[in-house]
Design a protein. Structure first.
Length: 411
């Protein structure tokens, strides 16, 4: 029987802080408890055919906010640029770009849950990746008594050593199987991909109306041609074609995230332990294979470079030696019988190297009664969940990797 990503034994999301320092608590009891503010990669020049608009949105996803703004100012949502997607259940400050010709309308924009903070012209449209990082202010409510000393000790450890740079649970979806769908798509196992997306309808939250419609289509297509495996496969492929390219890419990206997280877990607890053949990344993103271990240790200590793991793809630099063997084994174990590089080329999966360790900036905290407010900044692509886990420990707000990857009904 063929394996899939979920069949690989998965260990818990390893939290480096000791259990006696976990403060527990809960997050996002209301949007104001979770505030995120984009840190721009560059400032607008003040002239050009695009208008950079700084907005604050509350209780809206980025897609919902873009749709509402487009409707209010009379432009198609596709003409609106964004650097990143922000959580719906939060107060988020981000910069979008719109055609400069609608500048008079922007100054009088009125849309529920959206407030304009400022605007300036620029000569280019904002695109995904035009982001230096994000600043967070998160209220953790209902922490255990005596949390002040625990928070202080954990914060000191984080500032000294960083945290594991996991892809957060949101990458794997509400049903925690996005990576399984991604592996099936890469393996051209259309039936399995369709089955995982459809699943029991009860596993879709009411808010996922589009997913429910797709699941219904996949199930009806599957049942109508159950007489032969070839017709079933063809039907599954046609049903998957109803998904957007963006949705399909999201599933494949989840598989990439799964592989990275597994490699990261194998490298814990010391994410600064250097092996010959490791791939390091510089602070500006360039990657290179380490040959001089002692020199690399010094550069890591100086904050110039970090060890990295693979986000697999055609342009993801391969590690060598023991590290290369580890990374190759984990990737191939989730795609048995698949010619991996051919799959990458077919899906135009470029990949990259991602730092194993995350350096947290501007970390501060405030304890008020049984609530702790945590403030910190992270580089683009990092997940606040990884920082919260070190303070809170595992629980409803911080899933464990074994729960995340143990999907019911997998064989």
């Amino acid at each position: 029987m063929r394996e899939a990503a979920s069949d690989i034994p998965a260990r818990p999301w390893r939290i480096l802080s000791p259990p006696d320092r976990w403060i527990g608590g809960r997050i996002q009891t209301s949007p104001v408890d979770f505030r995120v503010e984009e840190i721009p990669l560059y400032e607008p020049s003040g002239k050009g055919e695009h208008l950079f608009v700084r907005i604050e949105k509350t209780g809206l996803s980025t897609e919902e906010a873009v749709a509402a703004i487009g409707k209010a100012i009379g432009v198609h949502p596709r003409t609106i640029g964004t650097a990143g997607r922000k959580d719906k259940h939060a107060v988020a400050v981000q910069t979008i770009s719109v055609p400069a010709r609608v500048e008079p309308l922007v100054s009088h924009l009125a849309a529920p849950g959206i407030r304009v903070l400022g605007a300036a012209r620029h000569d280019r449209k904002i695109a995904p990746g035009h982001l230096a990082g994000n600043g967070f202010r998160i209220i953790v409510r209902g922490v255990r008594p005596g949390a002040d000393e625990a928070v202080r000790a954990t914060a000191a450890e984080i500032l000294a050593s960083g945290v594991p740079n996991y892809f957060g649970p949101q990458r794997f979806g509400i049903r925690a199987n996005n990576h399984i769908v991604g592996a099936a798509l890469l393996a051209l196992d259309h039936e399995r991909a369709a089955r995982e997306i459809a699943g029991p309808e009860s596993r879709f939250p009411p808010s996922m109306s589009a997913e429910r419609r797709i699941a219904s289509h996949l199930r009806s297509s599957s049942s109508s041609c159950s007489s032969s495996s070839s017709s079933s496969s063809s039907s599954s492929k046609k049903a998957l074609a109803t998904l957007s390219r963006r949705s399909l890419d999201f599933y494949v990206n989840a598989w990439q995230s799964y592989v990275f997280n597994r490699v990261l877990e194998e490298r814990l607890p010391d994410l600064a332990f250097v092996r010959a053949g490791d791939v390091a990344v510089k602070t500006r993103g360039a990657a290179f294979v380490i040959e001089d271990v002692e020199e690399a240790r010094g550069r890591i200590a100086a904050g110039e470079i970090e060890l990295s793991g693979p986000v697999p793809g055609t342009r993801s630099m391969m590690a060598r030696g023991e590290t290369g063997d580890l990374e190759d084994r984990i990737a191939r174990a989730s795609l048995p019988g698949t010619e991996i590089m051919a799959a990458f080329r077919r899906e135009r999966l470029r990949g990259e190297r991602r730092a194993l360790r995350l350096q947290v900036r501007d970390l501060a905290w405030d304890l008020s009664g049984s609530d702790v407010t945590l403030s910190f900044s992270l580089p683009a692509g990092a997940f606040a969940t990884t920082v919260l886990a070190e303070f809170m420990g595992p629980g409803p707000a911080i899933p464990r990797l074994d729960e995340l990857f143990a999907t019911p009904g997998m064989a």
